[in-house]
Design a binder for this molecule. Structure first.
Ligand SMILES: Nc1nc2c(ncn2[C@@H]2O[C@H](COP(=O)(O)OP(=O)(O)OP(=O)(O)O)[C@@H](O)[C@H]2O)c(=O)[nH]1
Ligand SMILES: [Mg+2]
Length: 633
């Protein structure tokens, strides 16, 4: 329902269907405000483009919708379409303006008013305006716009009560300078004011809708105004914005804030790259050493090995009869490889849960500080060589902690193409920390030359695979066109809330999937299919110059990567055999948990590509290395 500005007070009419949309530029604070106004949490992050779809919740008798950030209503990208639809449906709009970026954000404000959408303007980030030494004449702005303007600091809640009180005053001027442009539309176009405004701005979906419904005067043609018209409208609107900003904004001092200077350091290569490396090392240390090894080690080695697993095994043994039909059930529940009640629970709660929580805490903190987009900028050139953009840096580093988590974090990477390349590289050639731990131990015994060789082989595979994927996959690498958010101190409450939400969502999806995969593999194991695989691998292991028992190592590796590396330490191998074996287990397929995640995030085709590609790469490169070593020796 669209609000009618009637005598009964428009929005406050008590109609449960009345809807209000939060609209404004990316990173202006819409989701933070949404969280303040309703009981619902929408993801709040310090980078543009956090919100990609609408979320709605009740606000008293109103329905409030959070929308993706936009710089204009008549626009074309996916997020922009979502927001345009929300604006056209809403009875009123709360236009969230980043007050530190008035001359950018008032464009959308004027556009909304030109469209005749009842609006309340929120001047957010007033704390930062003050810190910048800028003064804004709020009353003057209200007079210039002709609609309520409420200054807020969303993250502390300042001004939010006033906003709630003034929502019923949402309005739009009777007429604006846009009116004169309506003449450019074909005669007799029957459209609302909002639609007419979009039409003179050349918004094609609106033209199609108006034209298709047979309302266009001249034979159903799209009733669009010419391109020059749109440019004239935009120019006129920008001129109005400039004159309003000139009138209401007073810049007292233009000293550069400390966080701006720090921001510059992050972006300049000479300082940015060392800082980026230090940060990534810290991420790796927290994820790969503290959590993946210590916390997980304690959970698995003490909590599960000493208490949980024996207890569950005891209960199952007590409950099930010793023979007959119960044998397969017992195997399914408590087998040592992937028992549903033992190993699967241990992986999910003892391994995955600590990693997921740690990952979201670390990433949430970096996100809120505004560091991630800057890391992306400094690493963009290097990663460009393998078809990736700087956004892929985080998944690749997280991968050295836990490849499973890294696959999840590829959501942060721009296009589908880039996500696929990142996922493939993660699956192929990034060893996870569990594996690195075991491999480092083995290499330490072999000596430093073998270390160098190992790194060279991995980097070679990473580079070659990246270049090959970049050349063969359709499409092109994304450019990094992001507006950098301001550096801010992370807010612990927001990081904690975000982590809790994301962890719950993740485990809710991952746990059932992992359980199903584990049950399927256990079934294969029970009927002897895994032993058959070990047998079938014999020619391959022989070709690598490795004993047949290496086949068992590989089968363990199908389930978990570090099992494979650990299994190798039991075999009596020569130095070069050990090296070949290490290369193969590193490049070999990702663990079963990672595969479950690839399946969920990328779909069956990509999962198959990664899985089969890993088999092929592991044996091709392993064979190559074995041949080279033979020649050298
Ligand atoms: N200092 C300060 N920070 C704020 C304020 N409001 C929001 N923020 C921060 O600004 C960042 C962006 O907030 P969001 O609510 O995610 O912004 P959004 O408008 O929903 O952004 P998109 O979803 O990308 O369109 C977060 O880091 C918030 O904590 C404010 O009034 N003052
Ligand atoms: Mg948002």
């Amino acid at each position: 329902m669209r609000a009618t500005e009637g005598a009964d007070g428009g929005l406050a009419s008590g109609d449960a269907e009345t809807s209000v949309a939060l609209v404004g530029a990316p990173n202006a604070g819409k989701s933070a405000l949404f969280g303040r106004l309703t009981a619902e949490y929408a993801d709040v992050s310090n980078y543009p483009g956090t919100t990609v779809e609408t979320t709605a919740a009740a606000l008293g008798s109103l329905r409030l919708t959070d929308t993706p950030g936009v710089h204009g209503i008549s626009s074309f990208a996916e997020a922009e379409r979502v927001t345009r639809a929300a604006v056209l449906e809403a009875d009123a709009v709360v236009n969230v303006v980043d007050a530190t970026r008035l001359s950018r954000d008032l464009f959308v404000t004027l556009q909304l008013l030109d469209m005749g959408v009842p609006t309340v303007v929120v001047l957010n980030m007033m704390d930062e305006v003050e810190a910048d030494g800028v003064a804004i004449d709020v009353d003057g702005l209200e007079a210039a716009l002709g609609v309520p303007v409420v200054p807020t600091v969303t993250v502390t809640g300042a001004g939010v009560d006033e906003l709630r009180d003034r929502l019923p005053e949402a309005s739009a001027p009777e007429s604006t300078p846009i009116d004169s442009y309506y003449d450019a539309l074909p005669d007799g176009v029957d459209a609302t004011r909002a639609e007419k405004t979009l039409l003179v701005e050349g918004d094609e979906p609106t033209a199609r809708r108006v034209g298709a419904s047979g309302l266009a005067a001249d034979g159903g043609d799209a009733p669009l105004a010419a391109v020059e018209e749109r440019e004239a409208v935009y120019r006129e609107r920008r001129t109005r914005v400039r004159s309003i900003v000139d009138d209401v904004e007073r810049v007292a001092a233009s000293e550069r804030a400390p966080e701006e200077r720090l921001g510059d350091l992050l972006l300049r290569p000479a300082t940015g790259i060392p800082i980026a490396l230090a940060l990534l090392a810290a991420v790796f240390y927290v994820m790969g050493v503290v959590v993946a090894q210590r916390v997980v080690g304690y959970a698995e080695g003490v909590l599960f090995a000493r208490y949980y697993t024996p207890a569950v095994e005891g209960v199952v043994a007590d409950l099930l009869p010793a023979s007959g039909w119960a044998a397969p059930v017992e195997f399914l529940l408590v087998n040592d490889n992937l028992g549903l009640a033992t190993v699967t629970v241990r992986y999910t709660l003892g391994v995955l849960l600590p990693l997921v929580v740690a990952f979201y805490l670390v990433i949430g903190t970096l996100e809120d500080a505004g560091v991630l987009p800057r890391l992306a900028v400094v690493t963009d050139r290097g990663l460009g060589r393998i078809g990736l953009s700087g956004r892929a840096v985080v998944p690749l580093i997280v991968g050295m902690g836990c490849v499973t988590m890294a696959v999840v974090s590829t959501r942060m990477v721009g296009s589908r193409r880039e996500r696929l390349i990142t996922t493939a590289l993660l699956g192929l050639a990034i060893p996870c920390s569990a594996q690195i731990g075991v491999i480092a131990g083995v290499l330490a015994e072999l000596g430093v030359v073998w270390w160098g060789g190992y790194l060279a082989v991995l980097l070679g595979v990473l580079g070659t695979a990246g270049i090959a994927l970049d050349r063969t996959l359709p499409g092109r690498r994304d450019a990094l066109i992001e507006q950098l958010p301001r550096l801010r101190l992370p807010r612990p409450t927001n990081v904690a809330r975000k982590t809790a939400n994301r962890t719950a969502a993740f485990l809710g999806e991952a746990a059932p999937l992992f359980g199903a995969t584990a049950a399927a593999v256990s079934t294969l194991d029970y009927v002897g299919a895994l032993d058959a695989v070990i047998g079938a691998l014999r020619p391959l292991t022989a070709a690598l110059g490795l004993p047949a028992s290496f086949g068992r190592v590989l089968v363990l590796g199908l389930i978990r990567r570090d099992f494979a590396a650990t299994g190798m330490t039991d075999l009596a191998l020569s130095a070069s055999q050990t090296f070949v074996g290490l290369v193969v287990v590193t490049l070999f397929v990702p663990c079963i948990l990672t595969m479950a995640m690839v399946l969920r995030e990328r779909g069956a085709r990509s999962a198959l590509l990664v899985w089969v590609g890993s088999w092929a790469t592991a044996f091709a490169v392993g064979g190559g290395v074995a041949a080279v070593l033979e020649v050298i020796a």
